[in-house]
Design a binder for this molecule. Structure first.
Ligand code: FE2
Length: 230
């Protein structure tokens, strides 16, 4: 195991890592006090996230040491955090800044399109692989470079929400989302993301679903399809 062992041999836990704890409190506040826009589906999703997060916080879970890792897109993180600290999500942006050197950025896909490999990465904060251990909830961040298209995909049995921290983006060409927006992707629903051309885009995400699926989400991009007839 790669658990952090303290000098006394005890496993390292959340209460020993105030920076992780305060970051999770920012997630908790967003899912507890953020508006659901009158949507029953979003209200239900937010409740699931905060119930699971409350259970994580009260269990004082183990912290798993993961080797920090960067990806090409993380060169844009400083700008994303700077913009985030000036806008609606400043609490989250500041809390993320405190843990940025400990984050393990990854692609999640066995095969990443070459263009996407330079413009996208995500890092889990809570989940079956840590750093804050939970088998029932995944929380983290996804970062996009300016002018990125994140190809169409869906998540089997996993309900996903994004909360916009900085930058502007669109999903399925339906709207432009600004910091503070919450977008719900029901399990299995296809989605494709594009980001603004000038600045990077940073989103927080939450995944809820069956434990076995959260530990093996099997991320795949959907095969590209011809454009839909207008
Ligand atoms: Fe997604």
């Amino acid at each position: 195991m790669n658990d952090i062992e303290t000098a006394s041999g005890a496993v390292s836990r959340l209460q020993d890592h105030p920076d992780w704890l305060y970051l999770l409190r920012e997630f908790e506040a967003l899912y507890r006090y953020g508006s659901t826009g009158g949507s029953a589906s979003i209200r239900s999703h937010n409740k699931q996230v905060r119930d699971r997060l409350s259970a994580v916080l009260s269990s004082n879970p183990e912290i798993v040491e993961r080797t920090p890792e960067t990806k090409p897109v993380t060169a844009h993180l400083a700008r994303a955090l700077d913009l985030g600290e000036r806008a609606a999500m400043q609490g989250m942006a500041r809390a993320m800044r405190e843990v940025r050197g400990q984050l393990c950025w990854e692609y999640g896909y066995a095969k990443v399109p070459k263009a996407l490999a330079r413009k996208y990465a995500f890092c889990d904060v809570v989940g079956p692989r840590g750093p804050v251990l939970s088998t029932k909830l995944v929380l983290g961040f996804v970062l996009f470079a300016p002018a990125t298209t994140y190809p169409q995909h869906s998540h089997k049995e996993i309900e996903e929400s994004y909360i916009s921290i900085s930058g502007a983006w669109s999903e399925n060409d339906a709207a432009v989302y600004a910091p503070g927006s919450l977008i719900l992707n029901r399990a299995g629903v296809e989605h494709r993301i594009t980001t603004g051309i000038r600045d990077p885009c940073l989103l927080a995400y939450a995944w809820v679903g069956p434990e076995e699926r959260l530990s093996a989400p099997g991320m795949v991009l959907s095969p590209s399809r011809p454009p839909r007839p207008r």
